[in-house]
Design a protein around this ligand. Structure first.
Ligand code: SAH
Length: 474
């Protein structure tokens, strides 16, 4: 460790900022917000600093630096653009054993000011020891997005209740359990919903009952189609809080990498020889078992859990068993594949509606359904279709869709390995076989698909030779 991290209490303490420009002002303001008595010294002092002085908020010394500015000072920040002056300030501070930070100059500094995430009274500080402040700031942005502002309210509540919590739970392990419950349980959830009174009541009730076991819950999290950039902030938060993650085959390794390091990962995809129903009941059992043991369970699914993801069935099971749950929606592969292959699913001129269909329907659809699907002016998106392209195309053409209807077949959509094949319905199965398109792949069929070869911007692109971009559009 190069630097010892420290949170200094500067309330009522004299602090010196040398410099009169914008940087000095920024430093002065942040010191003021920590309650310090700020003196700013420089031959020229900027307007807003002078306004602060006029309001009595800071003291200003309007001359060149002199060592006696350091009399009675606790901490110094040099924020001038003159390195030799900064050097002089740093040396004078050093001689008096005062900590001094020279802005953007780790060599001259005896302390660093970290990038902070302010959730007062909770503060998260990040420092690269002056070696890469931009990196620290980038990290700060990420952390900023991980913790919403209700965390500050929770910390304030915990501060107020601290003596009571100590009294009610003298045992450290029990207290730790209680704080876990505070953070993961209904109190924080109530704060997130903006219900402070409810949070207060829940906390008081729990203390009165000596409640230390947090109840478990399941969060049904939709992970999106594969690109980690398409994971929502809520999903990220859940992945960071989970004790147990039950995930499918379709969830990419990069996304699993975003989860809390010590979370237990359980792959719950279909195992060889197991039928779908057995897999599903195993998942149901696992969710309930872990939640009943008080764990925070994340059930992680590819795309969106409510689109061909059996999310509904899983919630029904949880509801029947009285388990608390939440649902985090995600980007379904239809939206991602469309975006990443340059095919708008609707278009004022070419498609007024869009349907998401499982290709398995192909075996069961009624003649009326086929005729409706074969109508022009709409976009059809088939999930799970790679093995059935032949039958699908035959039915659609047989029911009136013209063989020159454009398609886009997108394999590994949104991932680095994405391939998009563009062509027309008549040649769909042949082209897919020729280019060995494999699951997961999504079929987008309709006039809009003709825009793909022109608008595509991501991944590998294969255009069947017969396709003439846009020529097929009516
Ligand atoms: N709930 C998921 C769908 C699960 S069904 C969602 O909302 O996306 C599985 C089918 O989804 C696959 O057979 C494939 O058709 C499609 N799919 C999922 N991820 C995909 C991806 N990255 N690229 C292309 N198709 C994908």
């Amino acid at each position: 460790m190069n630097h010892f991290p420290l949170f200094a209490d500067l309330h009522g303490k004299d602090v010196l900022v040398v410099g009169g420009g914008a940087v000095a002002e920024r430093k002065a303001r942040s010191l003021l917000s920590a309650g310090a008595c700020v003196t700013v010294g420089a031959p020229e002092i900027g307007r807003s600093l002078r306004t602060l002085q006029a309001g009595g908020t800071i003291r200003c010394i309007n001359t060149s630096f002199a060592e006696d500015w350091l009399d009675d000072i606790w901490l110094v920040i040099a924020a001038t653009n003159d390195r030799s002056l900064n050097q002089q300030v740093a040396a004078a501070a050093q001689a008096r054993r005062l900590f001094c930070n020279v802005v953007d100059d780790p060599e001259l500094s005896s302390f660093q000011v970290p990038a902070i995430v302010d959730r007062a009274p909770l503060t998260i500080a990040i420092s690269s020891g002056g070696s890469a402040p931009v990196l620290a700031r980038r990290l700060r942005e990420r952390i900023e997005s991980l913790f919403d502002h209700s965390l500050g309210t929770l910390a304030e509540l915990a501060r107020q209740k601290r003596p009571e919590i100590r009294r009610a739970l003298p045992d450290l392990a029990a207290r730790r359990g209680f704080y876990d419950w505070l953070l993961d349980g209904p109190v924080f959830q109530a704060l997130r919903r903006g219900h402070e009174d409810e949070a207060q009541t829940l906390l008081d009730d729990a203390l009165a009952a000596g409640q230390t076991i947090r109840p478990g819950k399941v969060v049904l999290v939709s992970a999106g189609p594969g690109d980690p950039g398409l994971v929502t902030l809520k999903a990220l938060r859940a992945l960071n809080e989970a004790d147990i993650i039950l995930h499918d085959r379709l969830v990419s390794r990069e996304i699993l990498g975003l989860a809390r390091r010590d979370a237990t990962m359980i792959h719950v995809g279909k195992t060889p020889g197991e039928d779908h129903e057995a897999t599903q009941s195993r998942i149901h059992r696992l969710m309930v078992e872990h939640a009943e043991q008080g764990r925070y369970v994340v059930r992680l699914k590819g795309g969106d859990a409510f689109i061909f993801g059996r999310g509904g069935e899983e919630l029904e099971y949880l509801a029947d068993h009285g388990i608390t749950y939440e649902v985090v929606p995600g980007i379904t592969s239809a939206l991602a594949c469309a975006a990443y292959s340059g095919v708008p699913l609707t278009h004022r001129d070419h498609a007024q509606s869009v349907r998401f269909i499982t290709a398995h329907r192909h075996k069961h659809a009624s003649p009326e359904e086929w005729r409706a699907m074969a109508l022009p002016g709409q976009t059809l998106v088939f999930y799970m279709g790679v093995g059935q392209l032949d039958g699908l195309a035959a039915q659609l053409i047989g029911n009136g869709r013209t063989p020159d209807t454009p398609f886009a077949l997108v394999e590994n959509g949104s991932m680095n390995s994405q391939r998009a094949l563009y062509g027309t319905l008549g040649e769909l199965a042949g082209q897919a076989a020729k280019h060995s398109i494999r699951s997961p792949a999504l079929l987008i069929l309709g006039e809009v698909a003709a825009l793909g070869p022109r608008l595509a911007w991501f991944g590998a692109r294969i255009s069947a030779p017969e396709t003439e971009p846009l020529a097929a559009l009516p």
